[in-house]
Write a protein that binds this ligand. Sequence first.
Ligand code: CO8
Length: 257
Amino acid sequence: MPIQVAQEDRVALVTVDRPERLNALNTQSLQELLATFERLASDSSVRAIIVTGAGDRAFIAGADIAEMKDKSPSEALAFARLGQAVCSAIEAAPQPVIAAINGYALGGGCEIALACDIRLASETAVLGQPEVALGVPPGWGGTQRLPRVIGPGLARELIYTGRRVRAEEALRIGLVNAVYPPAELLERARALAAEIARNAPLAVRLSKEAIRRGLDVDLAAGLALEAQAFALAFSTADQREGMSAFLEKRSPEFRGA
Ligand code: CO8
C-alpha cells in the first residue's frame, strides 16, 4: 500500500511510501491519499495530522512522470483534478495538517505541502515547481497556492524558472515555517501536533476554516466569517470549560463538543 497511516495519541501520521520512486504519486497513491483524508476528516479522535515521505531522500518527488507521460489531454485533466482533489481534501480537513518535508518536495510534492497548514523542513529538503522543464505548467494548485504563500513576485520567478529551493532559502522566503536536522524533523512535527491537539478541537477547527475561507474573500467578508465562528464557539461545552478552567486556575479538559 503506497499510503501508510499510523495514529499515536490524537495525532495521525500519513506516510507516502514509494521510496523506490522517491514517493512520486501515481493514480493509486492519489486515490489512497484522498480516501485517507476523507476518513480522517470524520475521525474526531484525530486532532492533528502529519504528512511525510518514506525513506530519507524524498517527501514527494511529484506526480509519477512515467504514468503521466502518455496521457491524452482529457486523461491529463482527470489526473490534474484528482491531484487537486487531494490537495483540497488536505486543505479542507477539519484538523490542522503539518507537512514534514524530509527531502525532495517537487512539482506535485510541493503542491501537497502547500495545501498543508504548516510546513516544517529537514535541512536536506529541496522544494520547487519544475513542471515547465517537463513541458507543462503546475497542475495541482501550484499556480494558485504558491503565490498565496510566498507572494506573487517570487512565485512567478520560481514557477517560470522551475528553480529548486533548498531548506534555508525556503525558510527565508516563508515557504516553510522552520528547518530542523533530518533526525529531529518528525519529533518536532509530533511536538507541534501535540501542542495543537491540547487545545479545544472545535476552536482549532473554526480557526482553520475562518483562515481558509477568509483568504478567498475580502477583509469585510473575512471578518464576518470570523465573527460567526467566534459566536458559534459559544454554543460549545469546550468554550465554557476553557473559560471556567482559566478562572479556576486549572488545566482545561476539552471534549471536542
Ligand atoms: N516520477 C516518476 N519517477 C520518479 C520521479 C517522478 N516524479 N522522481 C523520481 N523518480 C524515480 C526516478 O526515475 C528513479 O527511478 P529509477 O531508479 O528506476 O531510475 C528513482 O525515482 C530515483 O530517482 P533519481 O535516480 O532521478 O534520483 P536523483 O537523486 O538522481 O534525482 C530528483 C532526484 C532530483 C528528485 C530527480 O529524481 C527528479 O528530478 N525527479 C523528478 C522531479 C520532478 O520533476 N517532479 C515534478 C513532476 S511533474 C508534477 O509533479 C506535476 C503535478 C501536476 C500534474 C498535473 C496533471 C496533469
